[in-house]
Design a protein around this ligand. Structure first.
Ligand SMILES: *Cc1c(COP(=O)(O)O)cnc(C)c1O
Length: 403
């Protein structure tokens, strides 16, 4: 007998669950790509993305995933040999760093390990030590999807201002965008990088850059810039397809339009509050599991954690047993553990729960219940009553709008 019939649930931190409404919106014949409805849809997508980002600047969309958006950002901003400061809090920061080095940038690193977010004081010190202002930009993630730590972006900006350093601030919010607040203008972020397959609930395929005014001055000098990555014609096209350097991602634009309709109808404050309840629900469950055995959240402080993904530690080997059992026997797929270095193999001591995007209590409670089943079936020591804690939390917040 196999219980895993019915609808499979993907609880990895991206791609996230795609709403049926988004799938239906994408299922249509190819539109005219020079004029008509698609042109209006794209304009409204640009407008609403900026609304969610708190961005009054420009936005460019690339056919591509998050890595494409990373490369677009680097190529539009820098020349070979430029010095940058990369803040690493897990595998994703490290992978962006490796990409920058492979492109020929002179990357200085502040590595904060895998258990805490960026310490703004260290950023201040590194910038203060840079007397000649050689560092052109500070690069950081908002959430590192491997460790599930979340950085305080305004605190990093404050540290940069305190050091009176002119470097630009570039932030990868691929995991966190539309899951927790981002206010690009207000936070003094010069470039924001994201993608459509996590909080934006659309199949992988769109990399997105939000471009602040100061980023354009760096762009003019960037010798890594190439015709395809060049963001200038993408934001100031002479004809519509130049937004995409050729044929637009037609179905994806319709899908993203539908996803944005869903988010804006819910209201971003509510979207963020819902993610907060989901995250708290996971953490309450983990707190109870951790009362016995070796289970705990990788990030100790709740205020350092992500609203979109939680990384859970187990005894060595247990994480992959739990993941395999959940996927094969229960129909829920959990995220695997990723180590710090981009090149290292998966970690047998970590698994991750994605709680981003199109998610409600039955989906999340179902996931937590299945993990609880796995602990029992596999005789992994764990505290009893995690589901009770999770349902208690949801019952307390089911009708509140602010938490
Ligand atoms: C998912 C993710 C990426 C990579 O995106 P891909 O679409 O897999 O290229 C980069 N950074 C963060 C923080 C992510 O969560």
């Amino acid at each position: 007998m196999l219980l895993a019939q019915g609808r499979d649930h993907l609880a990895i931190p991206g791609p996230s669950v795609i709403p049926d409404r988004v799938l239906r919106a994408m299922h249509r014949p190819s539109p005219n790509i020079y004029a008509g409805e698609l042109v209006k849809v794209a304009a409204s997508v640009f407008r609403d993305l900026k609304l969610i980002a708190g961005c009054s600047g420009d936005v460019a969309i690339y056919h591509g995933n998050g890595h494409a958006a990373w490369e677009a950002c680097l190529c539009n901003m820098f020349s070979r040999g430029d010095r940058i400061l990369v803040l690493v809090t897990g595998r994703f920061g490290d992978a962006w760093l490796q990409m920058a080095r492979d492109l020929g940038l002179d990357a200085q690193v502040l590595n904060f390990g895998t258990e805490v977010p960026v310490v703004a004081e260290k950023v201040f010190e590194a910038l203060e030590a840079d007397n000649g202002h050689r560092i052109k930009a500070v690069l950081t993630v908002q959430t590192d999807t491997a460790t599930s730590s979340t950085n305080d972006i305004p605190a990093i900006r404050r540290a940069m201002n305190q050091a009176d350093h002119p470097a630009l601030l570039m932030v990868d919010a691929i995991a966190s965008f539309a899951c927790e607040p981002f206010h690009m203008d207000a936070w003094g972020v010069d470039m924001l990088v994201t993608a459509c397959q996590k909080g934006l609930m659309t199949p992988p395929g769109l990399g997105i850059l939000f471009i602040g005014e100061r980023a354009w001055s760096a762009h003019r000098q960037a010798d890594l810039n190439t015709p395809y990555w060049n963001m200038l014609p993408r934001v100031k096209p002479s004809m519509f397809p130049e937004h995409f350097c050729g044929t637009p991602p037609t179905s994806h634009l319709y899908g993203l339009r539908e996803a944005l309709d869903m988010l804006l109808a819910e209201g971003m404050e509510n979207v963020w509050a819902r993610h907060r309840v989901m995250a708290l629900c996971v953490w309450h469950a983990v707190d109870v599991w951790s009362e016995e055995g070796d289970i705990k959240c990788q990030i100790a402080q709740t205020y350092h954690r992500s609203m979109a993904v939680t990384t859970i530690q187990t005894a060595l080997g247990d994480a992959s047993r739990v993941r395999a059992f959940c996927e094969t026997h229960l129909g829920v797929t959990l995220g695997m553990g990723l180590s710090l270095q981009a090149s290292a193999p998966p970690v047998d001591q970590l698994f991750r729960i994605g709680h981003m995007g199109h998610l409600n209590p039955p989906m999340l409670l179902g996931t937590l219940a299945c993990i609880d089943v796995a602990f029992k079936h596999l005789a992994i020591p764990h505290g009893r009553g995690a589901l009770d804690a999770a349902t208690q939390l949801i019952s307390e917040h089911a009708t509140t709008s602010r938490i």
